[in-house]
Design a protein around this ligand. Structure first.
Ligand code: NAI
Ligand code: MG
Length: 362
């Protein structure tokens, strides 16, 4: 039986995005050949500051039509702040993908991997292993509001939080489903209904309502302030955490920071309905300070590819890829791993080690 290929749009972007992408693709090709997965890659040079310099825009006008037929976007990183202001590069590319492709879930694993120095004292691999589910389209990050009386002493600024029933329910449903699929079946909701007295109590009400569909999922909620403290002091209490756009944004930086280097953290921007392509990317940016030197850790990019396979439903292949990442991190050979992990290896040595490990496990 021949299956329709899974079409992946490869968008490396800028800086180290361009350097780590080849190893992400190499690892995916390796695992795809072992498990006979029909992946098909096509590369694009837009969504980069180079493209901006040539064309005066981050992307061509028809970018949406071009990318719509793809099953997923594999994205590196965007930004060259010395050449293009960050708001122009980010709003002109990544944020357009997230919004116009209705990628309403931002998903990040927080997992303490073997061989990675944990910034929290006394934690070992296995102690930290949870997922953060962030609402990715509405909430606090709305553009509703404005300014009046600018430059006078009555200067007034207002920005509204927008929570829609559709928007809240769909992120909660995704989070409950994810919690239900995991052995611990535990969901934590981030709230602040003691201080934010309209939208957050609404969020809480929808959580209680949605929980009725998932009686086997243990549910708790914490105000965002104490929740951040628990991330640091008791990270082992969490399984899946769901939060609004702002709370999720904060938690999804704090979580991976508690598990070591930013160079290994992946994330997914997911349209679970499958109406639009989802986007998988490393958490890190384009790192202009180390770009062009071969020093970038490729694991965040590779792990993002692993999440993409999981999203496509290739669980066995995804498990092998994760195991390969774990094994190479556990060995942390100084000549293999990059400087951010205490080694003197390069993007190439690290990336090829993971690809080689996939091949030997497969
Ligand atoms: P960054 O993540 O690019 O770098 C932060 C620090 O972490 C730097 O010291 C960098 O060298 C280090 N680092 C990052 N990734 C690494 C890796 N794979 N291996 C080893 N070290 C790594 O964040 P920064 O400096 O705030 O932003 C730089 C540019 O990236 C800006 O233009 C910013 O707008 C953009 N950016 C883009 C993102 C995206 O495309 N999703 C996300 C974050 C920032
Ligand atoms: Mg952030």
């Amino acid at each position: 039986m021949t299956r329709a290929p899974l079409k992946i749009a490869v968008v490396p972007g800028d800086g180290i995005g361009v350097e780590v992408m080849p190893y992400g693709v190499q690892c995916l090709k390796t695992v795809a050949s072992i498990f006979d997965i029909p992946l098909q890659f096509e590369s694009f040079d837009f969504a980069s500051c180079d493209y901006y310099q040539k064309h005066g825009a981050m992307m061509p006008d028809d970018w949406k039509k071009t990318l719509l037929p793809f099953d997923a976007i594999y994205f590196g990183a965007v930004g060259m702040p010395d050449i293009v202001p960050d708001d122009v590069s980010l709003w002109g590319s990544l944020l357009k993908f997230r919004r116009e492709f209705d990628q309403y879930i931002n998903l990040r694993p927080c997992r303490l991997m073997p061989g990675v120095r944990c910034p929290l004292a006394g934690r070992k691999p296995g102690d930290i292993d949870f997922w953060i589910v962030r609402e990715n389209t509405e909430g606090e990050y709305s553009s509703i509001g404005g300014k009046i009386f600018e430059g006078t002493d009555r200067e007034t600024v207002i920005q509204e939080t927008v929570m829609t029933r559709v928007g809240v329910d769909r992120v909660l449903r995704y989070a409950f489903e994810l919690a239900q699929s995991r052995p611990r079946k535990r969901l934590t909701s981030a709230t602040k209904s003691n201080g934010i007295s309209i939208t957050m109590p609404y969020w809480d009400t929808r959580v209680v309502e949605m929980a009725k569909n998932y009686p086997d999922v243990a549910l708790d909620k914490y105000h965002i302030d104490i929740l951040t403290a628990h991330f640091v002091q008791k990270p082992n209490m969490f399984d899946v955490i769901v939060g609004s756009n702002l709370f999720g944004d904060i938690l999804s930086d704090l979580g991976p920071a508690c598990t070591g280097t930013i160079g290994i953290a992946p994330s997914g921007n997911i349209n679970p309905d499958g109406k639009f392509p989802s986007l998988f990317e490393p958490v890190h940016g384009s790192a202009p300070d180390i770009a062009g030197k071969g020093l970038a850790n490729p694991v965040g990019m590779i792990w993002a590819g692993q999440m993409m396979l999981e999203h496509f439903g290739y669980k066995d292949a995804a498990a092998v890829m994760l195991k390969a990442i774990e094994n190479v991190l556990a060995r942390s050979e100084p000549d293999v791993v990059t400087r951010d992990m205490g080694g003197n290896g390069t993007t190439k040595s690290f990336g090829e080690a993971v690809a080689g490990e996939i091949a030997s496990l497969g």
